[in-house]
Design a protein around this ligand. Structure first.
Ligand code: OFO
Length: 179
């Protein structure tokens, strides 16, 4: 059974993951509006992954007999100065998410709640991958540059990172959901 402090933090994380999904969906829409179709596809797919992160937390809470609560959602920004700014904001956001996960892990460890601590290890590893991914995209943008045909090549590169058929099976439990 989860403590009320852990319930609160897990619910906050559920809402943060949903915000991440909204943010990336909105950014993907901005990219599509700017004819950056590869980035739009990549961000739309990433928004789906964030929803999977949210569902995984929700399932875990339900499995422990707790009630997951979806709060109201702040609207994400819709205007961006450039594609570089979009990915800078994503990298900054992911670093914030990592900080939140770290605080959640710290709470589970100090209570202690070893089941939740183990459950959260997936998010620790995931945040490492997320930061690595978006730092790599930013490095590519800086390497290629956005002048001339640069934007075209960046869009193509990022579009190729989008994989097909990544939709998650929502019927699986929190502990065995596909990564
Ligand atoms: Fe982007 O990892 Fe969840 O939020």
């Amino acid at each position: 059974m989860l403590s009320s402090a852990l319930c609160d933090r897990l619910n906050r994380q559920i809402n943060l993951e949903m915000y991440s999904a909204h943010l990336y969906m909105q950014m993907g829409s901005w990219c599509a509006y700017k004819s950056l179709d590869g980035c739009a596809r990549f961000l739309s797919q990433h928004a789906d992954e964030e929803m999977m992160h949210m569902r995984r937390l929700l399932t875990y809470m339900n499995e422990t007999g707790a009630l997951a609560i979806l709060g109201s959602m702040q609207a994400p920004p819709a205007e961006f100065q450039s594609l570089t700014q979009v990915f800078e904001k994503i990298y900054e956001h992911e670093r914030f998410v990592t900080q939140q996960i770290n605080e959640l892990v710290h709470l589970a460890n100090t209570e202690p709640d070893y089941s939740t601590l183990q459950f959260l290890q997936w998010y620790v590893a995931e945040q490492h991958q997320e930061e690595f991914l978006f730092k790599a995209i930013l490095d590519k943008i800086n390497l290629i540059g956005t002048e001339g045909q640069g934007l075209f090549f960046i869009d193509r590169e990022v579009g190729q990172m989008a994989t097909r058929g990544a939709s998650e099976d929502t019927t699986m439990t929190a502990s065995n959901q596909a990564e």
